[in-house]
Design a protein around this ligand. Structure first.
Ligand code: C5P
Length: 222
């Protein structure tokens, strides 16, 4: 199998849409690898803050992106060999990630790192530009979303489960601001591309969303 023939299921969409949960379950079901591309932006922003690199310093961030060693093992993330736990899952870490994600040179610097996850027997990945930029030849491209209110509820539950403090009103506002910034940036903006299927999960259970993705994948392969 050459890398180009390895199947990819690309799931893009806004913050807290549930795309990560769905993508991880689809990967488990198919026995495929899973890439949470948002985690790469989150860890890079975290590494910058730890290393004293300003979040506006594009050349400094590019250098850092090439230098850091990153490894994922289930839900754990290792930065330069050390497990970093939940620190990258806070709202603040998400904002920092979104800030550096607007820088085109940084996005370019992270491309090969993401493409390296395309390994047999297949990859399920989620993010903002998985189908449009990173894996334009993906087998299936999905834009997974839900209403802002529903997404704020989901993020609230997720944060409380991880023992973070959270306010529903603040989360809703933060989600709207992050969506607006991700959609307005010139480099790989958040939007449904013409060749991506829309999966609105506002009124779907996780199991229903997973079943839909699996069905589309089977149809695409047939
Ligand atoms: O998906 P997650 O919330 O973890 O992503 C954090 C931030 O990283 C997003 O708000 C977005 O700005 C950025 N991101 C991106 N491209 C991706 C994945 C994430 O720009 N493929």
């Amino acid at each position: 199998m050459t890398q180009q023939t390895i199947p990819v299921i690309a799931i893009d969409g806004p913050s807290a849409s549930g795309k990560g949960t769905v993508a991880a379950l689809v990967a488990r079901e198919l026995g495929f690898h899973y890439l949470d591309s948002g985690a790469i932006y989150r860890v890079t922003a975290y590494a910058a803050q730890q290393g004293g690199v300003a979040l506006e310093d594009e050349p400094g961030l590019v250098e850092l992106a090439h230098k850091i060693a990153l490894r994922f093992d289930g839900v754990e993330v290792y930065l330069n060999g050390a497990a970093i736990g939940n620190v990258i899952r806070s709202e603040e870490a998400g904002r920092a990630a979104s800030q550096i994600a607007a820088l085109p040179a940084l996005r370019a610097a992270l491309l090969e790192r993401q493409r390296a996850f395309r390994q047999a027997p297949g990859l399920v990945t989620d993010g903002r530009d998985m189908g449009s930029v990173v894996f334009p030849d993906a087998t299936v491209k999905i834009f997974l979303t839900a209403s802002a209110e529903e997404r704020a509820q989901r993020r609230y539950k997720q944060l409380i489960e991880k023992d973070f403090d959270a306010s529903l009103a603040a989360l809703l506002q933060d989600l709207r601001e992050r969506d607006a910034r991700d959609a307005a940036r010139s480099s790989a903006p958040l939007r449904q591309s013409a060749d991506a299927a829309l999966l609105d999960t506002t009124n779907l259970t996780i199991a229903q969303a997973v079943a839909r993705v699996l069905q589309w994948f089977r149809e695409a392969k047939a």
